[in-house]
Design a binder for this molecule. Sequence first.
Ligand code: AMP
Length: 211
Amino acid sequence: MISLALSKGRILDETLPLLEAAGVVASENPDTSRKLIIATSRPDVRLIIVRATDVPTYVQYGAADLGVVGGDVLAEFDGSGLYQPLDLKIARCRLMVAVRRGFDYEQAVRSGARLRVATKYLQTAREHFAAKGVHVDLIKLYGSMELAPLTGLADAIVDLVSTGNTLKANNLVAVEEIAAVSSRLVVNQAAYKLKRAAIQPLLDRLKKAVR
Ligand code: AMP
């Protein structure tokens, strides 16, 4: 049996068509089902529905053999034991620094001001600002980062931007790109060796589907 860990939302929506192209069809719609383990048209492949940030953990411990996870989540994950054989090129977006419209970010950086930055991406944000030599106080949030500059909690946020509509609706502007983000297939290293006969053909078909 091969277990593939997926999170609901964009990743699930964009992975299911790739899986179908690779010959794996979910037996029910994971978006509407309350089941956390979903069978597929392939008796040896099942889907496990977990939170996005938990996907690398399930794969690291081998509770899932494969997973689909955003580069943003992977960059924050400090575990080991994962192969990243394939960029699925889905759920694409950019990790950006954003501020309230009218806040002079460049000037604040130039003047050496200490910035308060709210984000759920502490590790990535810390590395980014350290590389720029900008002093920051990071504030960990779990969601709705856009609210932080509007309420005075922070000067800036580090968050994912896709269309830019959420920033616009909240009177925020992106001022700096940190990274382009897409979702990757991750594989438990031990499973890759032990179940290679089953995993490799699936990988090859997914590779074709991505192309
Ligand atoms: P948008 O309004 O299209 O720029 O989307 C921005 C909102 O969607 C922010 O709250 C982001 O955290 C979230 N978001 C954008 N892209 C992704 C993604 N690929 N995965 C998860 N969340 C995303």
